[in-house]
Design a protein around this ligand. Structure first.
Ligand SMILES: Cc1ncc(COP(=O)(O)O)c(C=O)c1O
Length: 395
């Protein structure tokens, strides 16, 4: 059979097509965001700190973006500090709490935090004489408030806990944690990188002192993020330099990306309802489809206390890396944990903290976007089923 040029092109684009189910790793820049930031590369490329108008007029642009980000989380614009992303925001918040209280060297976090919190805590233990309590989670990935309460000490400088887990989507009760920390007079930092834009995050209802977010999980570019610092919460800069960000973070502002983050925050507020209405049923269809189609499949993470877009499954006897390789060959993008640790040979520390045994080496995370199409979910179920069967037949 002979193909015409258009049929060949169609076949090639079909071969290149990916079913992207890894939105917790990163999301595409939204076309609307791209359009809004483009002029700040080509036309309005001045330095906001310059004294002439060509640069200084961009100060107003930064303030509009700050208002947009603040509005997404119920904050005041002056409580928003632009950073390079979630990692910097997490490091900066923990750093600030320690600097503000030199006599306090104890930190409380959990065993399932992102590496940007865990690695920093380990460095603080090694290099800064800090003591860190890593709270455990149960089989469903849930945290016990009693464990937290018992771990608080007079020398606790900060509690750093995530809102939504990046691997399982499991939620920690941040509102209750915030009230407890406040009652005990301990600073609270929350890594809300996976929560902001996927569920309602409001710092007036969950009175945290610091809250981290990043742009590339909500349709803005990679390399831009924000740290919310509650008015009157202590702060000491992590990056020393010029007077940018009210002397809280040195470095010329990344104007295009800040504009992009602001616009993405505005769109996130608009699209928020879709996570419950559209994404959750699709995620459930994917999860139920896979659990029904594949013998020896098990969900990791509490069924209800989760963000709407994430499912984490173990296929017993199947190593994650082998399955991911086959899925990649079939154009399915999923992951076996945090993208930041994808090069590491270690099993998932999150699943290991929840379930001792082989599950930590045998898990796959699928995370949907707010516009993931239904036909891709059907295709993913069929492909995963085929790949698991093929791996099992090789054993
Ligand atoms: C929960 C969580 N915290 C922090 C980060 C780090 O964010 P960034 O990639 O912007 O440094 C990530 C990124 O995957 C994350 O999922």
């Amino acid at each position: 059979m002979r193909y015409g040029a258009s049929q060949i092109l169609e076949k090639i684009s079909c071969l290149n097509r990916v079913v992207y189910l890894d939105h917790n790793a990163t999301t595409p820049v939204l076309p609307e965001v791209f359009e809004v930031i483009r002029p700040y590369f080509c036309d309005e490329w001045g330095n906001p700190s310059s004294s002439y108008r060509f640069g200084s007029k961009l100060k107003r642009v930064l303030e509009v973006a700050r208002e947009e980000v603040a509005s997404l989380i119920g904050a005041h614009p002056c409580e928003i500090l632009f950073t390079s992303g979630g990692t910097e925001s997490n490091n900066a918040a923990i750093h600030a709490s320690l600097k503000a209280q030199p006599g306090k060297r104890h930190i409380i976090t959990s065993a399932v935090e992102h590496s940007s919190v865990l690695s920093y805590c380990r460095a603080l233990e090694r290099e800064e004489d800090c003591e860190v309590t890593y709270l455990p989670v149960d089989r469903d990935g849930l945290l016990s408030l009693t464990d937290l309460e018992n771990a608080l000490r007079p020398d606790t400088a900060v509690v750093s806990l995530m809102w939504a887990n990046n691997e399982t989507g499991v939620l920690f009760p941040i509102e209750k944690i915030a009230l407890l920390c406040r009652a005990r007079g301990v600073l609270l930092h929350c890594d809300a990188v996976q929560a902001v834009g996927k569920l309602r995050v409001d710092v007036r209802e969950a009175p945290v002192d610091y809250l981290s977010m990043t742009g590339h999980k909500l349709g803005a570019p990679k390399g831009i993020g924000a740290l919310y610092v509650r008015n009157k919460a202590p702060f000491a800069p992590y990056l020393h330099g010029g007077h940018q960000e009210r002397s809280r973070r040195g470095g010329t502002e990344n104007v295009p990306f800040i504009v992009g983050l602001g616009h993405a925050a505005q769109l996130a507020a608009k699209y928020l309802a879709r996570y419950d209405k559209r994404v959750r049923p699709l995620r459930d269809a994917l999860e139920e489809g896979l659990l029904a189609a594949i013998p020896g499949a098990e969900r990791n993470g509490h069924p209800a206390e989760r963000i709407a877009n994430t499912t984490n499954l173990t296929f017993h006897g199947i190593e994650s890396e082998a399955l991911l390789l086959l899925l990649d060959g079939s154009g399915i993008c999923a992951s076996s944990g945090s993208a930041c640790l994808a090069d590491s040979p270690d099993p998932s520390h999150v699943i290991a903290a929840m379930k001792p045994g082989p599950a930590a080496r045998q898990m796959i995370r699928f995370s949907l976007g707010w516009d993931s199409p239904l036909d891709e979910i059907r295709e993913a179920i069929a492909t995963v089923q085929r790949c698991v069967a093929s791996l099992r037949s090789m054993r």
